[in-house]
Ligand binder design. Structure first.
Ligand code: ACM
Length: 264
């Protein structure tokens, strides 16, 4: 199975433009799964709920449906971040679109970063995974700052994720030390797909530092982009290899767990 991560610079507030770019890239890349960054249909640095409200999209909107149709016609699993409006709630969400529309769903970011708390509601649906039987893969979604919580990856792995996808807009580089460990301790593939570029609002500038990575389940780097380059990274993965959690004849990282000792 082939997966691809798209590192690029969304244009803040230019939804139509960003969607066109995402649609064109989906067309042009030969892959089974394609992952784009967090909030890539809108840009990142919102300052108020009012701003988000104006640009956010319902998961059942025509715009998202156009991306769904592309997923189906191209037979690709498509994952991207967008500002979601659901009734009077606003979420920092990822769409996980499957060729079979019935499987398509939305993950709402559980841990909000920095000024997101002034703009979005916290996701209230616990971590979940989606199995696509026809492609024989189970995908576990999280978004960016969720990485700081090892419980996020652990929850997804215990639910059966083969591949954790983490659309991101990262502004630090410390995650590089941690994410390979999340892949190893859970024996899962892990794709952190970041954006590049800067956004300046009210004299505050955020620099998004790229370096998107796809990790193998032993924590090895399968593909990596640079700090500033617009780039599509590719890897071949074998989801079934993540499902046996033993690493010698006596140890299994899941059945050796002793949750009642952990005081969580
Ligand atoms: C982040 O959650 N965008 C760092």
């Amino acid at each position: 199975m082939k997966i691809a991560g798209v590192q690029f610079k969304p244009k803040f507030g230019k939804t139509e433009n960003n969607i066109k770019k995402v649609l064109d890239i989906i067309d042009s890349v030969e892959t089974d799964v394609i992952i784009f960054p967090e909030l890539c249909l809108s840009g990142y640095f919102f300052l108020s709920r009012n701003e988000v409200d104006k640009i956010s999209l319902d998961f059942r909107s025509d715009e998202i449906n156009e991306l769904q149709k592309k997923s189906t016609s191209q037979n690709k699993i498509v994952i991207f971040g967008f500002a979601e409006k659901s009734g009077d709630k606003l979420f920092n969400s990822s769409a996980i679109l499957f060729p079979d529309k019935k499987l398509s769903t939305v993950y709402r970011k559980i841990h909000l970063f920095y000024k997101e708390r002034f703009c979005f509601d916290k996701g209230e649906k616990p971590f979940f995974v989606i199995e696509d039987k026809s492609k024989d893969i189970t995908i576990g979604p999280m978004i960016c700052y969720d990485w700081r919580f090892p419980e996020a990856s652990r929850s997804l792995a215990l639910l059966g994720a083969d591949l954790i996808v983490c659309p991101s807009n990262l502004v630090t580089a410390v995650w590089h030390k941690v994410m390979p460990a999340r892949a190893i301790e859970n024996k899962v593939y892990f794709a952190v797909i970041n954006r590049i570029g800067t956004e300046k609002r009210n004299n505050e500038e955020l620099f998004f530092n790229g370096e998107s990575v796809i990790y193998g389940y032993n924590g090895e780097i399968l593909a990596k982009a640079g700090v500033e380059d617009e780039k599509i990274i590719h890897a071949e993965i074998f989801p079934e290899l993540t499902r046996k959690k033993s690493f010698n004849e006596f140890n299994d990282i899941f059945s050796d767990r002793r949750p009642y000792m952990y005081n969580l």
